[in-house]
Design a protein around this ligand. Structure first.
Ligand code: SF4
Ligand code: SF4
Length: 346
């Protein structure tokens, strides 16, 4: 596999050069806050390549918290009265720079939901097709990272087009796809790395994987029946402290649930796709007033059963989690998916 060497002296110039062909996204420090998040980079703005973990995941680049799906008007003087129109969208090429490998792998999980033989979400799929993922390997995983347990890892290439590895004064850029090669060319980074680059990357990968402090096991969940897990006696304890704030679902790169709402003002309106959460009581309430997930125990059980059992049974491809640790870090009452997984597997 081809490896390009990018001297950090040429980093900013290359990023700027690539702007002529790509919209750029990357981690940036949020103003007056002590965290970074993925945003579109303004002219002259550089991705913060030192950001170890963004507060929320980069799923919002293809799946915004709120997105207008359609517009309409009930004004009878208009030719398009009562017709739904899809607004003009910008699906020109996007480069997502500095995405962490497990967050890119999460896109492959989400793709299973939004891009299926039966149903295709055009908003997500068209945005995803426009993206080139220029990932940054995690040389020093955080203490909450358990990505090596989830078929991913700090150097996982599965969802990436390029894997960047920080070597101090330069980056090595491992070219994974044609899309990745095209981005590097657009940035003007074409100097081949010398012999031994792949070996150096491999050594850093092994070192980073060894630094990961926690693991999870889910090998026995598959053989358990849904009813056995559903009726297990640990759910009351697992859910006891939960305040159903939904934070865990909003920060998660693999949570894909959304709601569709119409907002009308006068004679015009929009149909919006907006993030939703299985942790909210309104998520499953019926128009009759009946709610099949009436209590927080029902909702907490649903979240973990979906991630660790239903997904596994349906797709036979591991669990719906890449081990980024965000939900563990952000939960205000310290509910930890690793502990719940242990209970389900035990
Ligand atoms: S972040 Fe914690 S408290 Fe909030 S909904 Fe998730 S598990 Fe419950
Ligand atoms: S469930 Fe938690 S650890 Fe797993 S991918 Fe989502 S936020 Fe990350």
């Amino acid at each position: 596999m081809k490896v390009i060497k990018i001297d950090k002296k040429h980093w900013a110039g290359g990023i700027e050069k690539s702007r002529s062909a790509y919209r750029l996204f990357g981690p940036v420090m949020v103003e007056n806050k002590d965290f970074s998040d993925f945003e579109e980079l303004n002219a002259g703005e550089m991705p913060d390549m030192t950001a170890t973990d963004t507060r929320t995941s980069p799923k919002s680049i293809c799946f915004p918290p709120e997105e207008v799906m359609m517009e309409y008007s009930t004004d009878e003087t208009r030719d398009d009265c009562n017709l739904m129109r899809v607004p003009v969208k910008d699906y020109s090429p996007r480069a997502v720079i500095g995405i962490r490998p497990y967050d890119a792998a999460a896109y492959l999980i989400v793709k299973k939901n939004f891009d299926t033989p039966e149903y295709r979400d055009p908003y997500w799929c068209d945005a995803y097709a426009a993206c080139t993922f220029i990932g940054l390997a995690v040389n020093e995983p955080s203490r909450l990272d358990f990505s090596t347990s989830t078929n991913s890892g700090p150097f996982d290439e599965s969802g990436l087009d390029v894997l960047l590895v920080d070597m101090g004064g330069h980056y090595f850029a491992k070219v994974i796809t044609e899309k990745g090669a095209a981005y590097l060319k657009a940035a003007g980074w074409e100097e081949a790395a010398g012999d031994g680059a792949e070996q150096q990357i491999e050594e850093l990968k092994v070192k980073a994987e060894r630094m990961i402090q926690t693991t999870i096991s889910f090998d026995r969940i598959k053989e358990k029946s849904i009813m056995e897990l559903h009726g297990a006696d640990f759910w009351d304890d697992a859910a006891f402290a939960c305040i159903n704030c939904g934070t865990c679902t909003y920060v998660c790169p693999t949570c894909w649930c959304f709601d569709i709402q119409d907002e009308t003002k006068g004679k015009s309106g929009v149909r919006i796709k907006a993030w939703d959460s299985c942790m909210y009581p309104l998520f499953t309430i019926h128009t009759t007033g009946h709610n099949p997930r009436e209590t927080k125990v029902h909702r907490v059980r649903q979240r973990f059963m979906h991630k660790l059992k239903y997904y596994m049974d349906k797709y036979e491809d591991g669990i719906m989690c890449v081990g980024c640790g965000r939900c563990v870090r952000s939960c205000p009452v310290n509910i930890d998916i690793r502990r719940v997984c242990q209970s389900m597997n035990g």
